[in-house]
Design a binder for this molecule. Sequence first.
Ligand code: FES
Length: 177
Amino acid sequence: MPRVLPPKIPFGGAASGRPGPPSGAVRAGERNSPATRLNSFMADEIDEALLDAARRELNELAGMTDHACEPREFAYACLVSEVPANGRHGKVVFVDDSEVAVFNIAGEIFAISNLCPHEMSPLLAAGFVDCEARTVACPLHGWTFEIETGKLLGASGSVPVYDVKLADGEVWLRLRE
Ligand code: FES
């Protein structure tokens, strides 16, 4: 592997803000100046074995990071039958200590955070559902969110959305990344 050296530290010159020597000039005592010794150390005393070990360690850490980014597990939320079918409201459940509003729109289950970001009010499950538009309006001041995407209508913003998995009449949820 070709050896890549760090840039030399300038000894004076425009980059350092100090006047530098004219091109080709040799300062008295330059051989032993701190900058010369540091440059020499950086150029000649890089331990390739240590560098390789550091690279290996970084690669291992990167592998651990990939592992840590694995998708979350689905968590049980409730029975499908507990979610009001085509109702005006949703059902509140708790997933990973978060309040979630679960809706049944024409037989499809959706889940978004129950917290309205306007005043962090836990009220979206009690909001007004428009089944055709697939939206829910917060009962306090009317902020309206798309149930499928969590997007706030008419302004920037959104609420967290959950992936839904149905199994044996049960609703399982996972926070969407
Ligand atoms: S608290 Fe939801 S719109 Fe105000």
